[in-house]
Design a binder for this molecule. Sequence first.
Ligand code: SF4
Ligand code: FE
Length: 487
Amino acid sequence: MALMTGEQYIESIRKIPMQIYMFGKKVENPVDDPILRPALNSVRMTYDLAQMPEYQDLMTAISPETGERINRFTHIHRSTDDLRKKVKMQRLLGQKTAACFQRCVGMDAFNAVYSTTYEIDQKCGTHYHENFKKFMLYCQEKDLTVDGAMTDTKGDRSKTPHEQADPDLFLHVVERRPDGVVVCGAKAHQTGIINSHEVIVMPTIAMGPEDKDYAISFAVPLDSEGLYMIVGRQSCDTRKREGSEMDVGNAEFGGVEALTVFDHVFVPNERIFLNGETEFAGMLVERFAGYHRQSYGGCKVGVGDVLIGAAAVAAEYNGASKASHIKDKLIEMTHLNETLYCCGIACSAEGHQTASGNYIIDLLLANVCKQNVTRFPYEIVRLAEDIAGGLMVTAPSEADFRDAKLGPVIDKYLKGVSGVSTENRLRILRLIENLALGTAAVGYRTESLHGAGSPQAQRIMIARQGNLEHKKALAKAIARIKEDSSL
Ligand code: SF4
Ligand code: FE
């Protein structure tokens, strides 16, 4: 079975006995929980679209190892064309869900671990690449969703992992056994982990020799003993429990993040991809972050498309669509959104082959892409809110709208242009609210800032990759400067 249907995916997740907590209680049936289900539906879309002939080229790829058609989310990029298709696939999914569809984290981890393990083996004579390839083929064959867990809780940011007062603030090996290792620690805000079959764990920063026990990468299933997840709250999350489809704005889709705790989790040797080779921790982090920064040039653009569309609809319903400043704002939103897309495509087109044979993005351009993503969605949201008007945050609830006495009053006073129902006007405003302030902040606004690394992380990479010395040499050559080293 190389491709699962959406329904098979949902049922496969239902069968995994995960330890999930929310609002202080264990969630016995996460698959049908009204707060959690929309996020599961977003991942489901990565399976549903892969079944549709019109999206086959973007959503699937042929595995060079097996010749089987596999979901692109489990694929190792073999060309710059693959890198571009990845971004286009993410834009499509952003358009279809207007949320975070979560499965990219595993795809990005796959590609980072693939090339890094190859290079560790070359240098250290280890067998991590073989371990990883076996795991990868298993995931491709079963069409699994894999989460990538990188961000440690980090404690005191001024201290390295081994200097922390509590050693568990970075995930680390606590016991070495002949058949594997035992790890303790936690990974913060793990996107989509409760909707995944497996998780690839990676270190979160470059490390020195004293951090040996922290330089660990591996994969384990989500029902591993000692592994549990505490779901993060989202603004307006309990609205999803009220049964009002209108008030949530995006009734079907959402995203989810969870604090994921590893309390003495055993990892067998064949699932280990890095174990103590501290000099490679930085490479793994850099590559994963680079791929995920490229991803944002696709997914956030797709969600941006929905937001621009929603603002244009709101303008029409308000009777303002012909105003020149509204037209100009929509142009500005499009300009900003497509600039992000340009960055996603550019870092893909400028990608290159790694020693292992897979393709990596241009790291400088991927970091520039993500740096822009930390800014432009805020401006796009600001313009959307400007166009929508204040009613976006002051409209009464669906319960009031359905009330026999209040409903007709709301219907009468909140009407926009004739020919458009008040209900439709409220629906589009709730969607904008959802994207700007609501639960979709996980998939759009705040995630644009902090997901795939906060702005400073990209600035460090831009400084490192920017090659300032080369630029200085260019300037000196043009200015005909000859420096005298004896001065
Ligand atoms: Fe994918 Fe975007 Fe969500 Fe990251 S934020 S998992 S790239 S949809
Ligand atoms: Fe993300």
